[in-house]
Design a protein around this ligand. Structure first.
Ligand code: DLL
Length: 428
């Protein structure tokens, strides 16, 4: 199939672009950024040492600590007069990550985002309701930029504002929503509440910014009456949303390997995991000017998916992002990821996708209370029995024993942005 924005590159062409981009990036960072130069020199490396793609693994890693050390404009590799914009991530811990962009960076980002709309099957006649934050966060700016470059009609509402969301959805006949997974759920719940589904013309929802479970996704797809939703990846450090997108075959996320190289490393040993194993995403940009990333440890966990995708797009794929290594909870000496809990909840048809983990400390001991919403329409009478069953399966899966409480549907906190699944009050 002929694409306007997604190039059809064979492995050789892609490798050539990657090597050229890697060599350029290393030269550029060495010349323009003292922090990178120091790192390379400490590792005994000169920019000319990158002769092949295999040399990538000789380069030092970059981490969030490097961003903190360079605050407020970390990794800046161009003179400030070339910077045309900054964005920042909310930064749940520590200082915000502020990242600078040149005009060429914005142009690269807009192409990556336009490719996402193309892969989602949109046309210039689509109407795209952008329901994520505008401003410092990259989400609104990125969806908007790509939509205009792609040529579809952007409806820039931002997050929240449910009344306006519903109004535009129905009056303008929005065909595509762009949101976080949580906001997609909220929009679906609102559509359901007001019985608007038959008045919608939605075809697709492009959602991301946080992990989702199959149950959560199936729920908002059903409430919004859409056939396809598309998981979109991205982060502030790597331009913003649009680093990759799931295709209509829904067999993983195609990522734009001509814009960045993705390695999957074991977070402990920092060596590549076996093909197809889960590890940490480590990214190296190929043409990012203002704040290039060289082997940047994202903390996100996923795995590469081998083989060709049935959709015919040749860009390589990774699995959905399973979570972040920093989301890990240590509860009575046991390591738990929220994703493991979500996976157990998937198995119980009478539970919704929504849960919250509450950690407290009483009399010198940690306590984990897991609140889970009952599915709408399920009977409340069986709550105690259900909680017991969920607790038993969790105990087996996690080797830890949380207390499970089943709560009424729609009672756990909802958010327009990213849902905080864990509330840790142990050390407050
Ligand atoms: O969340 C950019 C974005 C906006 C992506 C809208 C997609 C849609 P940050 O605020 O910097 O940027 O957060 C980046 O969010 O490292 C992941 O941990 C997580 N994340 C992003 N997309 C996904 C996804 C934006 N599709 C951090 N699935 C990343 C799971 C995701 N987690």
């Amino acid at each position: 199939m002929q694409h306007r924005f997604i190039p059809d590159l064979d492995a050789e062409e892609l490798a050539r672009i990657q090597l050229k981009g890697l060599q350029w990036t290393v030269q550029h960072a060495f010349a323009g950024c003292p922090a990178y130069r120091e790192k390379f020199e400490a590792a005994g490396l000169a920019p000319g040492d990158v002769q092949s793609l295999d040399d990538l693994t000789r380069l030092p890693l970059t981490s969030v600590e490097d961003l903190r050390a360079g605050y407020p404009l970390p990794l800046l590799s161009v003179p400030e007069e070339q910077v045309v914009r900054i964005h920042a991530s909310s930064g749940t811990t520590g200082k915000r990550k502020v990242l600078a962009y040149t005009q060429a960076d914005i142009d690269a980002w807009k192409v990556m985002m336009a490719r996402c709309y193309e892969l989602a099957g949109l046309t210039t006649l689509d109407r795209v309701q952008v329901c994520v934050g505008y401003g410092l966060w990259t989400a609104g700016a990125g969806f908007q930029l790509g939509c205009e470059h792609f040529g579809a009609m952007a409806l820039p509402i931002g997050p929240g504002n449910m009344e306006i969301q519903m109004q535009l959805l129905t009056d303008l006949g929005t065909t595509c929503l762009c949101s976080t997974a949580s906001m997609a759920l909220l929009l679906g719940e609102e559509v359901e509440k007001y019985g608007l589904r038959d008045r919608l013309r939605l075809k697709a929802c492009i959602f991301g910014a946080e992990p989702h479970s199959p149950k959560m996704r199936a729920r908002f797809e059903q409430m919004l009456g859409i056939k396809h939703s598309f998981d979109i990846s991205g982060m502030t450090e790597l331009y913003g949303p649009g680093a990759g997108l799931e295709c209509a075959a829904h067999e993983g996320i195609h990522y734009w390997a001509d814009y960045y190289i993705l390695e999957i490393l074991d977070p402990e040993t920092l060596t590549p995991v076996a093909p197809g194993e889960v590890g940490e995403m480590v990214v190296t940009t190929l043409c990012k000017q203002a704040a290039p990333l060289i082997r940047y440890r994202t903390r996100d966990l996923t795995r590469l998916l081998p083989g060709e995708c049935s959709c015919g797009v040749g860009m390589p794929r990774h699995d959905k992002i399973l979570g972040r290594s920093d989301d890990m909870i240590i509860f009575r000496g046991v390591n738990i990821y929220p994703g493991q809990i979500a996976a157990v909840l998937e198995k119980f048809a009478d539970l919704s996708s929504e849960y919250q983990i509450q950690l407290t400390r009483k009399e010198g001991k940690d306590h984990l209370l897991l609140k889970v919403e009952r599915r709408e329409g399920a009977q409340a009478g069986g709550d105690a029995d259900l909680a017991g069953k969920v607790g038993a399966v969790l105990h087996k899966a996690l080797m830890a024993r949380p207390v499970v409480e089943i709560v009424d549907p729609l009672t756990l906190p909802r958010t327009f942005g990213k849902t905080k699944r864990t509330v840790d009050e142990r050390y407050e």
